[in-house]
Design a protein around this ligand. Structure first.
Ligand SMILES: Cc1cc2nc3c(=O)[nH]c(=O)nc-3n(C[C@H](O)[C@H](O)[C@H](O)COP(=O)(O)OP(=O)(O)OC[C@H]3O[C@@H](n4cnc5c(N)ncnc54)[C@H](O)[C@@H]3O)c2cc1C
Length: 354
């Protein structure tokens, strides 16, 4: 089967990999360069401690397992399963987080201050207690995107945008581009925040909301963190070059800001927080702005939207990508829809234009 994927972020690349493995002939159209949008500006945490409800938690747990399958298949994917230490909230919030995750059967330990200090001696003021999520990990989403595209063997056309979708007799048969039409038996929209613009040409509005996020990277530091840290002000993880990576918003996955009114102030506050945690020797190397592809209800959207057309648009797309790709590849190849994705069909977000 000939499949055209529009967008070479982590979702398009993951799908390209799974579809190619399933025997499809895949072309990937990328308006810019692979991982140039959200997937190149992402914290890269793979987790199920952030979730909306039990179904969303189960989806994320299954998505973590799919990342393990991918890591076994593709060792160059670069997953690191270092676990996470969560001390975002004290008191009742801490108890609620712990009991809710325990009730869901999620691996979680409570650590006292001495245990936290022993595990993370770089913390200047260790919390009195923390939750440890031993199964969580992280990946470099840009590197993973490139590895998946290379391993897929798909034809990747970088610097070529899909201008519009081609519809023949109610079926989508590919996309128009500056180098001419590209025909396919099935087309997938994995174009992140640009997805609604392409659907608009079919008379459909996809409800999405803006969710910009700043991501700060520090110069290499003189200590080594063992875990991903979730502090009250920031999530932090360490990169292989020794630099720290930190979104400039607390609880960044639930960050509901639609604008960033003062970028300099957000960066200064993040540096102040990092210095309070680890001491004064923290300096900014770079801060980038990313736009999370965020369906209006905050939940992922995956599946068929019209004859010959599917879409894959989601936040927490790094966590979900490996499972989303397995599920959508199977659906496109005629094996039916994956039950865990049932609540996340795109139709709930599609409003016909009046
Ligand atoms: C600051 C920040 C932190 C985050 N942290 C996490 C995290 O810790 N864990 C997690 O799971 N998720 C996280 N996310 C979310 C995650 O990064 C995204 O959900 C994911 O990267 C989305 O991938 P994507 O492939 O759907 O979209 P994108 O990476 O945005 O890719 C879409 C691609 O489509 C291309 N494109 C657009 N229009 C066209 C067109 N017309 N023709 C051809 N190509 C086109 C774009 O150029 C782009 O390359 C974070 C995001 C941000 C911004």
């Amino acid at each position: 089967m000939k499949v055209l994927i529009i967008g070479a972020g982590i979702l398009g690349a993951s799908l390209s990999y799974r579809l190619s493995r399933a025997g499809a002939e895949v072309t990937v159209l990328e308006a810019d360069q692979p991982a140039s949008a959200a997937s190149g500006r992402s914290f890269g945490w793979i987790n199920a401690s952030f979730y909306a409800d039990a179904a969303h938690h189960a989806l994320r747990v299954a998505a973590m397992a799919a990342h393990h399958r991918l890591a076994a298949d593709l060792p160059e994917a670069g997953h690191i399963w270092q676990g996470a230490l969560w001390f975002e909230t004290e008191g009742v919030g801490f108890e609620q987080m712990h009991s809710a995750l325990k009730a869901l059967g999620y691996p979680v330990d409570v650590l006292g201050q001495a245990e936290v200090t022993a595990l993370e001696p770089a913390l200047h003021a260790p919390p009195s207690r923390a939750l440890r999520f031993p199964s969580e990990g992280a990946v470099n989403p840009a590197a993973l995107t490139r590895s998946l595209l290379a391993a897929s063997g798909a034809k990747v056309l970088s610097g070529i945008a899909a201008k519009s979708l081609i519809e023949v007799g109610g079926k989508i048969t590919g996309a128009r581009t500056a180098i001419g039409p590209i025909e396919a038996e099935h087309t997938v929209l994995a174009a992140g925040i640009t997805t609604p613009r392409l659907l608009h040409g079919l008379g459909l509005n996809l409800a999405m909301v803006p969710r910009p996020g700043l991501l700060l990277r520090t110069d290499p530091v003189g200590f080594r963190l063992k875990h991903i840290l979730i502090s009250p002000e920031q999530e932090i993880r360490q990169l292989s070059d020794g630099g720290l990576l930190a979104p400039c918003a607390a609880n960044h996955q639930a960050d509901s800001a639609e604008t960033i009114p003062d970028r300099a102030a957000a960066i200064a506050a993040t540096l102040t927080n990092l210095r309070a945690l680890f001491g004064p020797d923290i300096s900014e190397a770079e801060t980038v702005l990313g736009h999370r592809p965020y369906p209006a209800d905050g939940l992922p959207a995956l599946g068929l939207v019209a004859q010959g057309l599917s879409l894959a648009v989601m936040h927490s797309g790094v966590t979900l990508a490996a499972l989303a790709a397995e599920a959508l590849a199977a659906e496109i190849m005629g094996q039916g829809a994956h039950p865990l994705w049932h609540p996340y069909r795109p139709e709930r977000l599609l409003i016909p234009q009046t």
